[in-house]
Design a protein around this ligand. Structure first.
Ligand SMILES: [Zn+2]
Ligand SMILES: [Zn+2]
Length: 366
């Protein structure tokens, strides 16, 4: 064994460890909360995906996710001749084995795969995917998922194959499922698509807002991760980071979706997260000037597209500017008189809180 080989042998595990960890959190949690990054819609070769479940775990670890669910189609099994398996929990078993001794949590899930209505429905936090097989009765599968304590949501309600106009809308069966409290969430972002109509449906019907990868190929290619892209991620805001607390928060609708540059969710929750991730320094003045200087810091992995809504003008910027991820920006504010404290009201132009509605919030200097 030569020295080079020896070094490689010992250093490799450390390098792997380093590569696996996203070294900064995506979003700082508001005080007293935990923020969990999740992807609850993922496929493997056990349905129509192209990869083995261990690759899904490795991708999630490399991308810094906290929790995933493998949700293979129960009824659509195009690789069955090559991978004959009687057990719909098998992809979960392989994934959770791979994730043992890692930071990643894997929860059991499945995709109930039907024509519209109801279309495709995901069930996560279930106990046994095999028991969801009801070939002739989609509602029976959804009821069984509920009986197992599962969190159930409507996948890609805007999918052009099932909604040729791309518009998410409720059919009578969806209304029935919502009325009977059998459907708890809806995807507003799926793979590369975003649906404002789905967000409206979520807000009008008190459904949890979700964004998922629905990955079939490799995330690194499909979401252009080397070029700075990312998969759609649902952040769950919970009392702590236990599975029980995360599940409870999902049912309560405490989620924010990060899709491309957009942060999408209910206004109060989005406001809570954004306030924790945009902070301001004290206001200071040079000796002979009355131009105040405030340093804004973006603690998040997302850029903040800000539109200042207050009365002042800036010395070096217009009222619209961007703070890139994990960056600081100094604002020179023409305050006319010397202030000891300042409140800065903003609209977050990439903070989506409804159809054509953007988050309004304020940042205060200490
Ligand atoms: Zn689907
Ligand atoms: Zn799917």
């Amino acid at each position: 064994m030569n020295l080079k080989y020896l070094l490689g042998y010992f250093l490799l595990p450390f390098c792997a460890l380093f590569l696996n960890a996203q070294n900064q959190v995506f979003f700082k949690p508001p005080a007293g909360y935990a923020v969990t990054s999740t992807d609850l819609h993922i496929h493997t070769a056990f349905s129509d995906g192209s990869v083995w479940p261990n690759i899904r775990v490795d991708e999630a670890l490399k991308e810094g996710l906290d929790l995933i669910s493998i949700t293979d189609h129960l009824e659509y099994q195009p690789h069955k001749e090559d991978i004959p398996h009687p057990d719909r929990n098998r992809s979960f078993d392989i994934a959770i084995d791979r994730a043992s001794n890692s930071e990643l949590t894997v929860i059991k899930g499945a995709e109930i795969t039907r024509s519209m209505p109801p279309g495709h429905i995901n069930a996560v936090f279930i106990k046994d995917a095999n028991k969801l097989l009801f070939p002739d009765d989609a509602k029976a599968a959804i009821v069984e998922a509920n009986n197992q304590g599962g969190f159930v949501f409507w996948n890609h309600p805007n999918w052009e194959r099932q909604r040729p106009d791309g518009i998410a809308r409720l059919d009578p069966l969806h209304k029935e499922l919502i009325r009977e409290n059998l459907l708890h969430g809806i995807e507003v972002a799926n793979h590369t698509t975003f649906s404002e109509e789905a967000l409206t449906l979520a807000l009008d019907n008190n459904l949890t807002v979700l964004g998922t990868s629905d990955i079939h190929g490799l995330t690194t290619w499909e979401f252009k991760i080397p070029e700075g892209g990312h998969r759609p991620i649902t952040f769950v805001l919970s009392e702590d980071s236990s599975n029980a607390a995360i599940k409870k928060a999902l049912f309560q609708g405490n989620t924010m979706v990060w899709f491309k540059d957009l942060m999408i969710g209910k206004a109060a929750l989005l406001s809570n997260i954004i306030q924790a991730n945009l902070t301001a320094s004290n206001i200071s003045y040079h000796e002979d000037e009355i131009i105040g200087e405030v340093k804004l810091k973006n603690h998040a992995a997302a850029p903040l597209h800000l539109h200042y809504k207050g009365p002042y003008t800036f010395h070096e910027d217009s009222s619209v500017f961007i703070i890139p991820p994990y960056s600081e920006k100094i604002l020179q504010i023409k305050t006319l008189t010397r202030k000891t404290r300042l409140e800065l009201p903003f609209t977050l132009l990439n903070g989506i809180v409804g159809a054509k509605q953007y988050l309004n919030f304020s940042v205060s200097t200490p």
